[in-house]
Structure formats: structure tokens, C-alpha cells
Design a binder for this molecule. Structure first.
Ligand SMILES: [Zn+2]
Length: 207
């Protein structure tokens, strides 16, 4: 048996002992080890990337679980990094767009957006919007403030587009900017009732 084989044999015989020792060593020197790891990754970006890729392929469940458990930290970190390195981020995203992964990711977000747009019925015309404004006497449907140069009317969807509402005149009321951004369900119900009364009224006058 040569030296190397000897060492291996010893390691195999003392596996539990070694595990215990490295665990203790790690917890005692955690900061130093993490710092060293960071330094190494920074000075060997290519190896580090390769190593990470391999680790991800080898332990897909582990990395998924790690991501789930640290999602907020990772996202927060990414946000912070993008804010501090806008140029690097631009270069990175331009490079990413050209990769296979980037292409697939873009196709996916494009088709998602198209599907969203397709599902919405979008028939509101300018004249209809004016009609709605007239019907509400150029006042905010929620707080009743009159619109002027400073309080501009915004299109408010009673059922938000994000919840499956459509861009059609029946789903639209005029709202001032501040009401539009803090609309709550209580007011919504009130408006729904008002809206119904309004419809009844217009049916009667049409006859
Ligand atoms: Zn308002």
C-alpha cells in the first residue's frame, strides 16, 4: 500500500469522524470560509460558473429547494445589483438575449403578453369615453371631485384588467388619479349599484 492508498483507507475508516470535524470547522470559521469562497468566485468567474452549473445539474432538487427557501433574498440581491451596476446589467441582458436561454425566455414572455392582450375585449372609443364623462358630470365616480386642469380624469376599470375585466364602456368609470390608485372594494360595490341604477335610467329614457 502506498501513501495515497493509505490516506484513502484512513479516510474511509474515519468518515464519521471527518464529517463531524468538518462540520465543527465550518461553523467555527463560517465567515472566513464564505469570504474565501466569494474571493475565489470573483477571481475565477469562469470556473465558478462551471462549478455552479454542474452542481445545479447534479442536484436539481437541491438547487430548486435552495431557490425557494431563499427566493426573497436572491430577488432582493438581484434588484440591488441591477441598481448599482446599470451598465453591467445592460451588457449582461444584451448578451443574455442572444443566448438560447434568453431567446426561449423572451419568446415565453412575448406569448404570455400576446395571450393577455388577446383575451381582453378592447372596444372603448374616444366618443364613448366622452359620453361616460358626461354621464358622471365630469366628476370622479368615487370622490365626486370635479375634474379640471389639476384633477385630470383617468379611465378606471370597475373589474380590473388584471382580474379579467375588459376595456369596454360598460366596465369603465371616470376616476381622479388618487382614487384610481387606491380604489377599494367597498366603493366598488357602491359604484356597481349606482351603475345599475344608471343603466335602468338610460333604458327608460331610450324608450
Ligand atoms: Zn376621486
Amino acid at each position: 500500500m502506498n501513501k495515497k492508498q493509505n490516506k484513502k483507507q484512513w479516510q474511509e475508516n474515519n468518515i464519521e469522524h471527518i464529517k463531524e470535524y468538518s462540520k465543527k470547522y465550518y461553523s467555527k470559521n463560517k465567515i472566513k470560509i464564505l469570504k474565501y469562497g466569494k474571493q475565489w468566485r470573483e477571481s475565477n468567474p469562469k470556473y465558478a460558473k462551471e462549478y455552479m452549473e454542474q452542481w445545479r445539474l447534479k442536484y436539481p432538487e437541491d438547487s430548486k429547494e435552495y431557490y425557494q427557501n431563499h427566493k426573497n433574498i436572491i430577488l432582493e440581491y438581484g434588484k440591488e445589483w441591477r441598481k448599482n451596476n446599470p451598465e453591467k446589467f445592460l451588457v449582461y441582458s444584451m448578451k443574455f438575449r442572444k443566448t438560447e436561454k434568453g431567446k426561449v425566455s423572451r419568446q415565453r414572455s412575448d406569448s404570455k403578453r400576446r395571450a393577455r392582450e388577446k383575451e381582453i375585449i378592447n372596444t372603448l372609443t374616444f366618443n364613448e369615453w366622452i359620453e361616460i364623462l358626461k354621464r358622471y358630470h365630469f366628476k370622479c365616480a368615487y370622490c365626486n371631485k370635479e375634474f379640471d386642469l389639476f384633477i385630470k380624469p383617468t379611465i378606471d376599470h370597475i373589474i380590473p384588467i388584471s382580474k379579467g375585466g375588459n376595456n369596454i364602456k360598460e366596465n369603465i368609470v371616470p376616476a381622479c388619479q388618487s382614487c384610481n390608485s387606491k380604489k377599494n372594494n367597498k366603493i366598488l360595490k357602491k359604484i356597481e349599484k349606482l351603475g345599475k341604477a344608471e343603466v335602468d335610467l338610460s333604458e327608460k329614457t331610450e324608450r
